[in-house]
Design a protein around this ligand. Structure first.
Ligand code: CAO
Length: 550
């Protein structure tokens, strides 16, 4: 057993760099290279990884602490030789893959990737990208006519090895922008001109700048890699991993400094933002989209948890850590119904009353009538008609709570909605005036509305004004389920698949077709006894539809 003192390694020119994320706590077991914390200076965001596997002990830093090279972080209680403390490693310690991304801040002044053009204008070219060629532009951060500050990022390149920002070598106005998103650039390619960029130190002749000087890698202006005389980036930042994020095991959001800065300004936690860039990289548009979504979701989300329930959100997860994933945007209908269902589920104290109705005679009648009339008569219109009759008998099932919760609004009409399964999600078309319609008419209307629903042609008016809903899964299968009340309605009937069952008639078991019914209701309005009465009455009606005529 050995204890390693873990310290902040060389972080280039940076001092008093704040801890923006603390990724471990005392007692945590970490693997070698697992990030312990994230530091963020003006120039770079850097992870400090564990130098060996072990258990974190005596953690000495907290969020916001400002650290320097050599600042103590913690001890690592580690077993075996691998745990032996290492001096701050130099170049060799870092895998080649990461070298370009592990840039330390270096001499910006020596390498503006710009060639003077006269008249206060300079041509900005891609500087030396080390071994990389044809590196795609993954973010274009300026457009023609934009005024930029010195060092303001102009574009972001991403190779297999690194994500690199190309900053403006001087303040000026962007002119003749020659690149677009997706272009593949190499050393010396012209990016744009900077007009009014007076005072730019000319690059050594028109040669592109040496090595990677002038290229900011995750905000850190990188040191030349290929020039042996320069300290290697790996060497300079040994022990520091600039945030690359393309490593899916990284818990730190994968984003460039410009995006990070933008997110910080808006107070956006990047861990909650889904990146749309290559390998999930978060770009500025993602942050904007996140804020937009939050703002537009605010009313429904707030409504969904109305009553100040303070329900903690489900933490965001990176599912790609566990296997391949695909991000499929939700259809509009699904988003709307999700918000509505969530709101109903949270606001309405639900109880579900289950029962079974003997529909043996009804089925025989339905089939016979269907054949006689040459009509596709399903069970749904019969159930709808029976429900409407029971609602007349028990008017609280045809009511809504007033907005202030002080009274019950009793409806003198009967419009019944039915849940329809469509390729885009659940919709609930509403059949009007069920009291005044016969089964055949109800069947025709249900058929038409269901077709419109599937074709995405329902008008908003055809989904409004319902007093009660029916959710029939009988055509699919299953026994009972718990439907969610379609608030501000106060009850919903779930219908499951009928089955032949042995039913005791007092003398013997008889095979009867039993249809499972599940009545969910708003317990603020409906008592359990009333719900039981409703279901029993419905079962009796479905058992003998002649009662409807009484
Ligand atoms: N028991 C046994 N068979 C049943 C039945 C039941 N309870 N309900 C329907 N069936 C039968 C029908 O009679 C029909 O059989 P036939 O072709 O032999 O006559 C077959 O199942 C298919 O019926 P259907 O589902 O197409 O027709 P429907 O009128 O009963 O339902 C509709 C129409 C729109 C409600 C239905 O298509 C649908 O979308 N259901 C899903 C609703 C849903 O998703 N609910 C969940 C909401 S909460 O997440």
């Amino acid at each position: 057993m050995a204890n390693i003192d873990v310290k902040v390694p060389d972080i280039g020119d940076s001092h008093d760099v704040p801890v923006i994320e603390l990724l471990v706590k005392d007692g945590d077991t970490v693997t070698k290279d697992q990030p312990l914390l994230v530091l963020e200076s003006d120039k770079a965001t850097m992870e400090v990884p564990a130098p060996a596997a072990g258990v974190v002990r005596a953690l000495q830093v907290k969020l916001g602490d400002k650290l320097n090279a050599g600042s103590a972080i913690c001890q690592l209680e580690s077993e075996g030789a691998a745990a032996a403390p290492k001096p701050a490693p130099k170049a060799a310690a870092i895998p080649e893959k990461k070298i370009a991304a592990e840039a330390a801040p270096t001499r910006k002044a020596e390498a503006p990737a710009a060639a003077p053009q006269g008249g206060g204008s300079v041509e900005v070219r891609i500087p030396d990208l080390g071994d990389s060629h044809d590196v795609p532009v993954i973010e274009l951060l300026v457009k023609d006519g934009d005024a930029v500050e010195k060092d303001q990022p102009l574009l972001v390149l991403e190779s297999d090895k690194a994500t690199m920002e190309v900053p403006a070598p001087a303040a000026g106005t962007v002119r003749a922008l020659k690149v677009k998103l997706g272009d593949k650039l190499s050393k010396g390619d012209v990016v744009c001109s900077l007009e009014g960029a007076a005072g730019v130190a000319p690059a050594t002749k028109t040669e592109p700048v040496p090595a990677t000087a002038g290229v900011a890698v995750h905000g850190a202006t990188s040191a030349p890699q290929s020039t042996p005389a320069q300290p290697s980036m790996a060497g300079r930042t040994a022990g520091i991993t600039a945030i690359q994020g393309s490593d899916p095991s990284s818990a730190v959001p994968y984003a460039g400094p410009a995006t990070r800065q933008f997110a910080r300004k808006l107070g956006v936690d990047l861990a909650k933002v889904r990146g749309s860039g290559p390998r999930g990289r978060i770009v500025i548009e993602d942050v904007q989209g996140f804020v937009k979504a939050k703002l537009s979701a605010a009313p429904t989300a707030a409504a969904a948890v109305s009553g100040g329930s303070g329900i903690p959100p489900i933490p965001a997860q990176d599912f790609s850590l566990y296997g391949e994933i695909e991000n499929k945007p939700l259809a509009r209908i699904r988003k709307i119904s999700a918000a509505h269902l969530h709101r109903s589920w949270l606001n309405v104290p639900h109880v579900t009353q289950n029962d079974e109705a003997d529909i043996s005679e009804l089925e025989a009648f339905r089939k016979a009538q269907g054949e006689e009339l040459n009509l596709k008569l399903t069970l749904l219109p019969f159930i709808m008609k029976a429900v409407a009759a029971v609602m007349k008998q028990y008017p609280e099932f045809n009511s809504s709570l007033s907005a202030d919760g002080e009274s019950l609004v009793l409806k003198k009409y009967c419009h019944i909605g039915f849940a329809a399964d469509t390729p885009n999600g659940l919709v609930v078309p509403v059949v009007r005036d069920v009291w005044s319609k016969g089964i055949v008419q109800l069947s025709n209307e249900c058929g038409e509305l269901a077709k419109k629903a599937r074709d995405g042609k329902l008008k908003p008016d055809e989904m409004r004004g319902g007093c009660f809903s029916i959710s029939s899964l009988g055509g699919i299968g299953g026994s009972h389920f718990t439907p969610i009340v379609n608030a501000p309605e106060v009850a919903i009937l779930g219908v499951s698949r009928s089955q032949m069952k042995p039913v005791w008639d007092g003398k013997a078991f008889q095979p009867r077709l039993m249809c499972p019914l599940s009545l969910s209701y708003d317990h603020r309005v409906i008592d359990g006894a009333a719900a039981a009465r409703f279901v029993v009455a419905l079962g009796r009606l479905l058992g003998d539809m002649r009662r409807l005529a009484l």
